[in-house]
Design a protein around this ligand. Structure first.
Ligand code: BGC
Length: 685
């Protein structure tokens, strides 16, 4: 419906009807107005599968939802470093939503991984805002190409589960713009999400639901967002203030109390009716867009989507270690699969994203098609206790084989929506199992099923490590395909694996005190911190191995000196010098040399994933604009490019730069007025 028609509809509504549109009908539906043919539509979780609840509803994944397909979680999807994979997932979810008449899927979950302790990191993409925003853009564009809305969440700075409904994330403007907002920015500008979900927390002491700077000044005015903002479930504070700030819809609904507050505020002159009108227009615009374009008769083919879930996970799995090329396994070798997760993988996390999976593949079942493996359970994951009998059976199975593959990871009780982790350890019983198996079997491979980094005290004692993340319901067969070389691994870590929790940038402040969390590490999040400190890590951001070898040559930059307003072409040749087809993630970082401003030593500014046959060379091209060189200058409240030299670096990870070139960039803006130097207030918004 055209906007002028939407305005006409709103003009016909009574004050009470307009106020009623500002909250949901029930847990999953928005309200309609029958006399004006305004329909009620359904929204549903998200983000990596449908959690459509037809009966008892909840936002914790407790009650039943329809049988659906669980795709790789956000942690895994980001590891694909593949816009195509994210788009494929989006298209499928869009079709599933059409089939189930869901107007909006509640996702993707875009928050930055400030600390590996966040219980919900498994749903989030990355510690790097460019990677998060690019994967999010592809997903949102693809879902919406099916005329179904998305609700990227949780806007913004929702980086811990501890006190998530009350805490305040306290940070300066530069940190917000360069890290926490940047994770959303490209996605909002390039994919135009139909809706946005605001987070539970506060930013610098103001709840996000009533944060005008965020919901109106940044989201709508700076970035051009023109959809509607809904609260996270139960994230409303003051209804009238929220409406003024730009929050359109309170979810879940079912309680008309806050609608009455709106009516009263308008009648008493506390709220201008035109603010309410505008909010209804923004909301109805999206509702009609869905209803008018809804494609019926679409089939939700769970079997077909299961196959797609496998193909997606195969793009995501990261090979972390592969000494003596122990992988891929040869089908004739005598192999023991050890660990509960070989037979019953952990493939998704707990909470609102929990899918009632139509089926689940196990690696143990999948390999039967081509290999004969022995199996020992080794441990249970409901409690962290060592079961000596299971342990000894596992050790015996490992000793009798030529290779032992251990399937381990984090149990549900170690990470979930709703609470944070206390440490980065895997269960003691699993660590002990790995140690004991490695003692009797020199050819030990570890497969990890986890949503966030873990410490690996046994790393030197095993030959290979495969990070499967929470890979969705087809993870078992995807892992089997990687282990036996049916598929060449091509995932890369979207986050740093630190050596120990104490090394993490916000170790001291994470969780906060008295409901205030000081983001005092500023922009030094993830690899921006570790690389700047030249600190050893277990595995760096962007890292991952392949069964083939890629070599880099001929880094060219169109010009050595250029102005910030010019778009600059950078090319690099990548060759597959091994003997298998494989995919490489080419990463471009930029670092400022000798600047006046304290900045990370390097920041990811572009990436691409390419496939190469043995012997093949491709030239990868990137185009950099001023944002690749800019930082957020708080004196002018804008992006700013310092004149001077910068290094353009091509890396296999944030720690391994293989080629670099120095360039000189001329900044074209000046800081108009330098304020007298006063001590910088920590909260500078
Ligand atoms: C979660 C959201 C989710 C909503 C509805 C909330 O608790 O934070 O991500 O979409 O519940 O289930």
């Amino acid at each position: 419906m055209e906007l002028c028609k939407v305005k006409e509809v709103v003009a016909k509504m009574t004050l009470e009807e307009k106020a009623s549109l500002c909250s949901g009908l029930d847990f999953w539906h928005t309200k309609g107005v029958e006399r004006l043919q305004i329909p009620s539509v359904m929204v549903s979780d998200g983000p990596h599968g449908l959690r459509k609840q037809e009966e008892d509803a909840d936002h914790l994944g407790l009650n039943k939802s329809i049988k659906a397909v669980c795709f790789p979680a956000g942690c895994a999807m980001a590891a694909s470093f593949s816009r195509e994979a994210a788009a494929r997932l989006g298209e499928i979810l869009g079709e599933e939503c059409q089939a189930e008449d869901i107007s909006t899927i509640l996702g993707p979950a875009m928050n930055i991984k400030r600390s590996p302790l966040c219980g919900r990191n498994f749903e989030y993409y990355s510690e790097d805002p460019l990677l998060a925003t690019e994967i999010g853009t592809a997903y949102v564009n693809a879902v919406q190409s099916k005329n179904v809305g998305t609700s990227p969440k949780h806007f913004m700075a929702n980086n811990q589960e501890y006190h998530r409904m009350t805490n305040s994330s306290d940070m300066d403007e530069r940190t917000a713009r360069e890290i926490y907002l940047a994770a959303f920015e490209g996605m909002v500008k390039n994919a135009k999400p139909w809706t946005i979900m605001n987070s539970y927390n506060q930013l610098n002491g103001t709840y996000l639901c009533e944060n005008k700077e965020m919901l109106t000044d940044v989201l709508r005015e700076d970035w051009g967002f023109d959809g509607y903002v809904m609260t996270d479930w139960g994230a409303m504070n003051c209804r009238v203030e929220a409406l003024k700030a730009g929050c359109n819809l309170e979810m879940p609904g079912g309680n008309c109390m806050t609608d009455k507050q709106i009516v009263k505020a308008v009648k008493e002159g506390e709220l201008e009716e035109k603010i309410l009108d505008q909010s209804c227009e923004e909301f109805l615009n999206i509702v009609f867009k869905y209803v008018e374009n809804h494609q019926k008769d679409v089939l939700f083919d769970r079997d077909k989507d299961h196959e797609a879930a496998r193909a997606l996970e195969e793009e995501c799995i990261v090979l972390l270690k592969n000494e003596e090329d122990i992988l891929p396994l040869c089908k004739e070798k005598k192999v023991a699969f050890i660990g509960k997760y070989a037979a019953a993988p952990r493939y998704q996390g707990g909470g609102s994203s929990h899918i009632n999976s139509a089926k689940v593949d196990s690696a143990l079942e999948a390999v039967k098609a081509w290999a004969d493996v022995v199996y020992a359970k080794g441990y249970d994951d409901d409690k962290d206790v060592i079961n000596e009998t299971m342990l000894q059976e596992a050790v015996a199975a490992a000793a009798s084989a030529e290779v032992a593959v251990l399937f381990v990871g984090l149990p549900d009780s170690f990470e979930s929506e709703g609470y944070d982790r206390k440490h980065l350890r895997m269960p003691d019983c699993q660590n002990r199992l790995i140690e004991e198996v490695a003692k009797v079997q020199p050819n030990t491979v570890v497969v990890l099923h986890n949503g966030a980094p873990v410490e690996m005290p046994w790393i030197a004692k095993v030959k290979a490590v495969v990070e499967a993340y929470l890979g969705g319901q087809a993870v078992g067969s995807a892992v089997a395909n990687i282990l036996y070389g049916n598929v060449n691994p091509s995932g890369r870590l979207p986050e740093t694996f630190p050596l120990r929790l104490q090394d993490t940038p916000c170790y001291i402040t994470y969780g906060g005190e008295k409901d205030r969390v000081a983001y005092s590490e500023g922009v030094f999040v993830g690899y921006r911190y570790y690389e700047s400190k030249e600190m050893p890590v277990l595995f760096p951001f962007g890292y991952g191995l392949s069964y083939t070898i890629f070599t880099y040559k001929n880094l060219t930059v169109e010009k050595e000196r250029f102005k910030e307003s010019e778009n600059i072409k950078v090319t690099v040749d990548v060759t597959n010098s091994g003997n298998r087809t494989g995919k490489e993630v080419v990463q471009l970082y930029v670092g400022k040399k000798d600047g006046e401003i304290i900045r990370p030593i390097r920041e990811l500014r572009a990436f691409d994933k390419i496939e190469l046959k043995p012997g093949e060379t491709k030239t990868v091209e990137f185009v950099l604009n001023s944002r690749a060189f800019a930082y957020w200058e708080m004196e002018i409240h804008n992006w700013f490019v310092e004149s001077g030299s910068y290094e353009i670096q091509i890396g296999k990870s944030a720690s391994e730069i293989v080629l670099s070139k120095e360039v000189w960039v001329e900044g074209e803006h000046i800081i108009p007025k330098l304020y007298p130097k006063i001590p910088n207030n920590f909260i500078h918004w």
